[in-house]
Design a protein around this ligand. Structure first.
Ligand code: ZN
Length: 489
């Protein structure tokens, strides 16, 4: 490989060369969903972005441990540690058990990500499965003097922490601004200061999701689970932590504080954040109706778009933008992606049938270098896709007899298109093609062989007849010095 992977690190605000802690191995933690509703499209974009990171690191031969959690307790309705637990609220409204809510939406999440061809993580731990680990971390933070207990709840003391650490360094905030901008919650909280955050909350009598702890029967704070699970499976310091841009503050800031308070070490070397997805130029929100679920796009069961779009098209659309830029989804943009996706897949499928020439007219070394450079430049999928379109253009010009491809080139182009299209970008062939198993192409090849035999036997009536009849059904033949190529209309 002729260039090195560089990753944009949200902590430094710069692209940095990627060097893992242990050569050859990468530990990556990504904040997973809170499973109280169907996974939304913006989340899908985030998880596709990290699927690309995971896939490309594997392509580079790293052994990657990818941990992505399921939040099934502790995530309250708002960031000020007040309000109901999101899962408990849904369970109350639907009169079902909280774990039924968790089960239903975990299944939805897995199904949707599988349709989008995301690889499953190596470990998918749950918050409720790691209550003991979370209690242990709270004890350590209390022992270190960075937390306090009030009425059975435990809070992280941000001002105390900020005396000898820097709270806010990831999101670029300073504590003085936070003090001014955080609204105080009169009577609603036991916190010493409004910017403090909950590590353990005492459960109200009606709160059904509760566990025993030294301070009270209660539940852990949302930020704590990610510290507990990332540390347990990846160690006190690991390579990559990812999530949506909206998690930078307060969630990830609190994770850093919790980890530094107990280990005195910076927990993560590279923080990666995926940007948001808007719909028709506006923020997606259920309350305004500017909202669409992934499944509503796949089935066409929605009022926003005129037809359905397959998961592969949605994935391709998402990868045509860099993960750090805001992406707007609209019917026009999806339709353009659908065209591009088919152009690329048609060229890929044509490659196998191209005639072999004497020379290779494509600078494949240079092309491969550019493809790697794109991905090494902070996983730049839109630039990689532009290079794949260059390869498609070459394939089409060989088909049209304008350029030539030799056997060696055909073999290596097939190898690298397979690698980039399917392993790195995680695209899939269009479904109807998958079902037909290439039988159409085999049938046409058979007819072309019969026509070639007829020509060798000087039976030009038969050979012309085959050509004309194929043309009648929309298969255009083109005779070139290297053999016969064809296109299907
Ligand atoms: Zn998290």
């Amino acid at each position: 490989m002729d260039s090195q992977l560089h990753v944009y690190n949200s902590l430094s605000g710069k692209k940095e060369p990627f060097t893992p802690i242990t050569p050859g191995y990468v530990g990556m933690y990504v904040c997973g969903p809170t499973v109280y509703s169907n996974v939304h499209l913006g989340n899908c974009r985030t998880f596709i972005s990290f699927d690309i990171v995971y896939r490309y690191l594997r392509y580079l031969d790293y052994k990657v441990r990818y941990v992505r959690n399921i939040t099934d307790a502790g995530h309250l309705e708002n960031d000020e540690d007040v309000g109901e637990d999101r899962i408990a609220k849904k369970a109350r409204l639907e009169k079902i058990e909280p774990m039924e809510v968790v089960q239903r939406y975990t299944v939805d999440f897995h199904n949707t990500l599988a349709l989008l061809n995301n690889l499953p993580p190596s470990i998918e731990p749950t918050a409720t499965g790691h209550i003991i680990e979370q209690i242990e971390i709270i004890k350590k933070i209390l022992d270190a003097g960075f937390a306090y207990e009030v009425n059975g709840s435990v809070y992280f003391d941000v001002l105390r922490f900020n005396k000898d650490h820097q709270y806010g360094k990831l999101s670029g905030r300073n504590v003085e601004d936070l003090i001014h901008n955080t609204r105080s919650l009169e009577g609603q909280s036991d916190k010493k200061n409004p910017q403090d955050f909950a590590l353990w909350k005492k459960a109200e009598p009606q709160h059904i999701m509760r566990w025993p702890a030294p301070w009270s029967d209660g539940f852990p704070g949302w930020h704590l689970e990610c510290t507990a699970m990332s540390t347990k499976y990846l160690g006190e310091q690991f390579d990559i932590h990812g999530g949506g841009m909206d998690l930078k503050f307060p969630h990830h800031e609190c994770e850093i504080a919790q980890a530094e308070a107990t280990t005195k070490k910076s927990p993560v070397n590279y923080w990666i954040h995926a940007n948001m997805l808007t719909l028709n130029g506006k923020k997606m929100a259920k309350s305004t109706g500017n909202n669409i679920l992934p499944n509503e796009i796949f089935t066409g069961d929605n009022t926003l778009f005129s037809k359905s779009y397959a998961p592969s098209i949605v994935r391709f659309f998402i990868l045509q933008a860099h993960y750090r830029s805001i992406l707007d989804i609209s019917e026009k943009a999806l339709a353009a992606s659908e065209k591009g996706y088919h152009r690329l897949m048609d060229a890929y499928q044509l490659l196998d049938r191209l005639p072999i020439g004497e020379t290779g007219d494509f600078d494949q070394q240079q092309w491969l270098k550019l493809c790697h450079q794109a991905m090494n430049d902070d996983f730049n999928t839109p630039v990689l896709i532009a290079h794949l379109f260059d390869a498609a253009k070459y394939i089409n010009s060989v088909k049209n007899g304008l350029q030539s491809m030799d056997a060696k080139q055909k073999k290596s182009l097939t190898k690298y298109l397979n690698a980039f299209l399917f392993d790195v970008l995680g695209l899939e062939l269009p479904t109807q093609e998958k079902g037909s198993d290439g039988k159409l192409e085999q049938t046409i090849d058979l007819l072309l062989n019969l026509r070639e035999e007829a020509r060798l036997n000087k039976d030009f009536d038969l050979s012309d007849n085959i050509r004309d009849r194929l043309q009648d059904i929309g298969v255009q033949l083109k005779d070139t010095p290297e053999g016969t190529a064809y296109t299907i209309e």
